[in-house]
Each structure stands twice: as structure tokens, then as C-alpha cells.
Design a protein. Structure first.
Length: 335
């Protein structure tokens, strides 16, 4: 089952969360990148980075949000904690409840590799000490994300932060997994979702709400799938089927294309967003892809602004970019 399958059934929950998170930017926390849906995932290859320990690490500074986070979680159930100390001394923390120990252990086992992979793509200019919480139910998920809770039982994970104004650095960043995430995603799905959300965390300081969804979600999906041992058709089945039928995209997906629709047609937008980012990475290199993200994540972009950014970062204009991207899709869909 592909990464896009999880979007199929629960995309409406994602859009509700994004709306609430936009409002919460003013009054509480802001959501970063939305939610991912919960369906079983196929295997994902991740290079192992061993770094898991239960013991406290006195030399590692504690995240200031942890006491309040623990207090909120303890109001729902007792809390268990895993600490993960990387070779550079950075400390990541995973919190959950005793009956979620398997999920807590799985995330603690994956976070070292996930941080390393996101850092390899994005660079070192982010905190790299993740805070991850596993909620006990939809009410706790809402409390930890400042969501309304409506539909949150259908959300796999969300990343949030305190309000901030650039050039200040975001604080209070954390990833919150739903109670059902481990059961429905499985170990590989948890790993992939963690990497997706960590990418939003890494990029948050340079990301303005309202930036093009094909950039924000497509880049995070590229990061999540970066080392996936799967074919183009396995990663983007809907896009592949359309390309084989001669229906190549005429343009990059609009923000509206990511909205829930009857039949969940937004699945195609997610595949197109991932493919546009994968195309840039393959043809121009990952450093150019990261630069493109930084240039386009500055807010809404019209066609003229996109053309300027593409010329400045890739050396080609919007029309040429779309044409080459279409040819890239066609070649891979035919393979």
C-alpha cells in the first residue's frame, strides 16, 4: 500500500486540522503541515542510526515545554518516557502511556535515524532534538495540538509549535501521534510519518502559512519517501495510471486540489506534489530542491512569482519546468 493511500480516507480531517491550526497561530499553537491518515503501509527502507536509551542524560538540556506537556498528558493517564541521546548530545524525548509502550519504543527506536535523514536533506539549521507525544484518545490529541478534537481520531499525526514571528526561532515544537497511529500504520508507517512530520519541524522557521501546498506537502513527502525501495508506480499509482492513459498534468496542483472532494480526488494532488519535488531532486540535485523550498515557502505565490523563483534557483522558467516535469512523469510511468 502506498503513501497516498493514507490520504484517501482521512483527507477531510487534515483540512479541518489545518483550518483550526491557522486560527490557533494567533491564540495558541500553530499546526505545521497538517495530518497524515492511518492505513497500513508497505515496507520502507531506512538506514539504521542506533541511538536509544532510557537513562537520563544529565548533560542534555531539557526542552522547556516538557513539564507542561507531561502535566497535560498525566491528566489523562500515567506517562512513560523514552529518551534518545544522539552522538552529538542532542536529546529527543518520546512520551506516551503505559499501554502504548510498543508505540513509544518504536518511535524512540526510529527517531535517531529520522533526525539524521531529515538533517541530511535539510541541513543542520534546526533543533534536531525532537519532542514526540502519543495521545491516549481524541480528547488528549486535541489538548496537545490545540485542535477542536473533531475528527482527530482519524488523524495519524500533526506537528505544532508556539506562535512566533521570524526571524525568531520557533519554540514548543512537537509531533503528536494519535492513539490509533501505531495499530493502523504499523512500524513502517510510523517511521515514515515521523520523518514527514520532522521535515515540517525542520523547515518551520522558514515556512510561512499559505505557501503553496505542492511545495509544503510535496517536500515533506519527498523526505519521507527519500530512500523508499519502491517504484514510481508504487509510490504514485493514481498519477501513473493517468499518465499511462495519456492524461499528464497540465500544471502544478493548486491549493484547492488538496481539499477533500467526493471520491477523494485530492490523492492525485499529493502524488503530483511529491513527483514535482522528486523531479527537482533527481534532475537538479537535493541542494537545489531545498533552495527552491526556501524560496517558495515565503507565502502565496502567483504564476509570475513562481516563474522568477524557478529561474533564480533552477535556471528555467515555469513553462519549461512544467514541460520537463511532464516528460519525467511520462518516462517513469512507462517504466
Amino acid at each position: 500500500m502506498t503513501a497516498w493511500t493514507r490520504v484517501r480516507n482521512w483527507l477531510s480531517a487534515k483540512r479541518r486540522f489545518e483550518f483550526v491550526a491557522t486560527v490557533a497561530m494567533v491564540i495558541a499553537l500553530t499546526a505545521v503541515g497538517g495530518a497524515l491518515v492511518l492505513l497500513p503501509k508497505s515496507a520502507l527502507h531506512v538506514r539504521p542510526v542506533p541511538a536509544v536509551a532510557d537513562a537520563a542524560v544529565p548533560s542534555a538540556p531539557a526542552d522547556p515545554q516538557l513539564p507542561e506537556l507531561r502535566r497535560v498528558m498525566e491528566s489523562y493517564a500515567p506517562v512513560v518516557t523514552r529518551q534518545v541521546c544522539a552522538d552529538d548530545g542532542r536529546l529527543s524525548v518520546v512520551l506516551g502511556h503505559p499501554y502504548q509502550r510498543d508505540d513509544v519504543d518504536a518511535l524512540a527506536g526510529d527517531v535517531g535515524a529520522a533526525v539524521a535523514e531529515v538533517t541530511q536533506l535539510w541541513g543542520t539549521d534546526w533543533a534536531r532534538d525532537a519532542v514526540i507525544a502519543v495521545a491516549s484518545d481524541s480528547a488528549e490529541f486535541a489538548a496537545l495540538t490545540h485542535d477542536t478534537g473533531e475528527g482527530s481520531d482519524q488523524v495519524a499525526a500533526a506537528s505544532v509549535s508556539d506562535p512566533f514571528v521570524p526571524p525568531a526561532r520557533p519554540t514548543g515544537q512537537r509531533i503528536v501521534f494519535s492513539a490509533a497511529a501505531g495499530r493502523r500504520l504499523g512500524p513502517d508507517g510510523l517511521r515514515e510519518t515521523l520523518r514527514h512530520e520532522l521535515t515540517h519541524i525542520a523547515a518551520r522557521a522558514v515556512t510561512v502559512d499559505g505557501s503553496p501546498q505542492w511545495v509544503l506537502e510535496g517536500f515533506a513527502e519527498y523526505s519521507a519517501h527519500r530512500d523508499a525501495d519502491r517504484t514510481f508506480a508504487q509510490l504514485a499509482p493514481t498519477l501513473t495510471a493517468k499518465a499511462r492513459a495519456g492524461a499528464l498534468p497540465a500544471d502544478l496542483p493548486s491549493d484547492a486540489a488538496f481539499a477533500p472532494t467526493p471520491g477523494n480526488a485530492a490523492e492525485l494532488a499529493y502524488e503530483q506534489g511529491w513527483s514535482a519535488n522528486a523531479f527537482v531532486a533527481e534532475r537538479f540535485g537535493e541542494p537545489r530542491l531545498v533552495d527552491l523550498y526556501r524560496q517558495l515557502a515565503t507565502g502565496p505565490q502567483d504564476a509570475a512569482a513562481l516563474d522568477d523563483v524557478l529561474r533564480n534557483t533552477l535556471g528555467i522558467g515555469r513553462t519549461d519546468f512544467i514541460g520537463r516535469w511532464r516528460d519525467w512523469i511520462k518516462a517513469r510511468a512507462a517504466a
